[in-house]
Design a protein around this ligand. Structure first.
Ligand SMILES: Nc1ncnc2c1ncn2[C@@H]1O[C@H](COP(=O)(O)OP(=O)(O)OP(=O)(O)O)[C@@H](O)[C@H]1O
Length: 369
């Protein structure tokens, strides 16, 4: 009979941190975690002042734990005997971090920078799902690393994290000194909610949970010194985008679109949102620009061609390049090795390397954070 993994307090703290952090933003801790048969009994201690406000959160925490730790029936109990001390963390008006839950996290000074060692943070976004944003983000990040930059890759697509699969990461991140240590793969430091919960699990998180999870991926991860942190955004213009924009860490955004009008319409919305939140749009990438037959090398423009370039011109944002539609791009992503690493001389890898060189040039011109 296979032994089930019993989640530790740290595991629980990490999973609940995203929820509690945004909901309460105060001194909440995993006091105990016990197993009784199938049941996972979790006691959280919260300051008295907060207990009343958080009274209805337990069922939500239970469902989050149930999807994070399949096979267990979680029961969450809130105890309200801790008082908020004078040294409680300052309010997170600065968009800062989270108080520890089960030892994950760290108190931050109100004006401490969220990512002190990171020179630039860029978001890879799309207005619409399925246009190849994650594939582009992973290959771009690996391409930037090949340009000699130290690169981190953060998966903010908390509803459908695909980064662990695309980088072939199966391990779970360690916690050291209260911080999550990113996993290293393909020359990148990577972190994703998908490393902590199974990719297949439905991530039916609502606004506050998404915001909390993103706060943790930024503030509770030991990113260390990086030239650039690439953030793979969820599609659309929702909570994750707003959270990141509000935290004021984004140095710029790259929009991925296919050449079709419908994708471009959504891309335009994405650009408008970044504009409203004062995040500079560094440019548009056209993905699935054309298909080149591997046998006869005939070029077919399946989704039309040049739409993103025209759109970039109309919107007065740079056009960053075209990525062809190629079977080896998909296969390498599925196999957990981005094409720029798996087949560096291939046509697709060369397209990503060109994109990485253009973006590296743009990064050099970004004002310091
Ligand atoms: N240029 C390309 N050539 C061939 N396949 C591609 C290309 N770009 C992406 N794909 C494939 O298309 C599918 C969707 O890509 P991806 O997951 O990167 O999209 P996405 O925009 O991040 O989707 P979402 O965020 O909605 O999950 C994947 O199977 C991926 O391998």
């Amino acid at each position: 009979m296979t032994q089930r993994h019993i989640p530790s307090r740290e595991d629980i703290g990490r999973v609940l941190g995203g929820v509690i952090g945004a909901q309460a933003g105060e001194d909440v801790a995993v006091e105990s975690c016990r197993v009784e048969g199938e049941r996972l009994l979790v006691t959280l201690s919260v300051p008295q002042a907060l207990a009343a406000r958080m009274g209805d959160i337990a069922p939500r925490l239970e469902s989050v734990l149930a999807s994070a730790f399949p096979g267990w029936q979680p029961r969450v109990v809130l105890t309200a005997h801790r008082t908020t001390t004078a040294t409680a963390p300052p309010s997170r008006a600065s968009g800062g971090g989270h108080r520890p839950l089960g030892g994950v996290g760290h108190p931050e000074a109100a004006d401490a920078p969220l990512l002190p060692g990171v020179k630039a943070v860029i978001a890879v976004a799309s207005g619409k799902g399925g246009v190849g944003k994650s594939t582009t983000a992973v290959n771009l990040a690996a391409g930037l690393a090949l340009e000699g930059l130290s690169v981190g890759l953060m998966d903010a697509d908390v509803h459908g994290p695909s980064l662990p699969r695309m980088l072939g990461i199966k391990a779970k991140p360690e916690v050291r000194d209260g911080k999550l240590i990113p996993l290293e793969a393909c020359g990148l430091k990577a972190m994703s909610i998908g490393m902590m919960v199974d990719e297949e699990q439905a991530m039916i998180w609502r606004g506050p949970m998404v915001m909390g999870a993103i706060g943790q991926l930024l503030g509770d991860v030991e990113w260390g010194a990086l030239d650039v942190l690439v953030i793979d955004m969820p599609p659309g213009t929702g909570d994750a985008q707003l959270t990141l924009a509000k935290k004021g860490v984004l140095g710029g955004a790259i929009i991925v679109s296919t050449p079709q009008d419908i994708a471009l319409l959504d891309a335009r919305r994405g650009i408008a949102m970044f504009g409203k939140t004062n995040v500079p749009v560094l440019g548009i990438v056209e993905n699935m620009s054309y298909f080149c037959c591997p046998n006869c090398h005939h070029r077919t423009e399946l989704f039309g061609h040049g739409g993103a370039r025209d759109e970039a011109r109309k919107l007065d944002v740079p056009f960053l390049g075209e990525i062809p539609l190629l079977a080896d791009i998909r296969m390498s992503a599925d196999a957990g090795r981005p094409l720029v690493i798996a087949a560096p001389d291939s046509e697709g890898a060369q397209a990503y390397r060109g994109l990485a060189r253009t973006v590296a040039g743009t990064l050099r011109r970004l004002p310091g954070r």
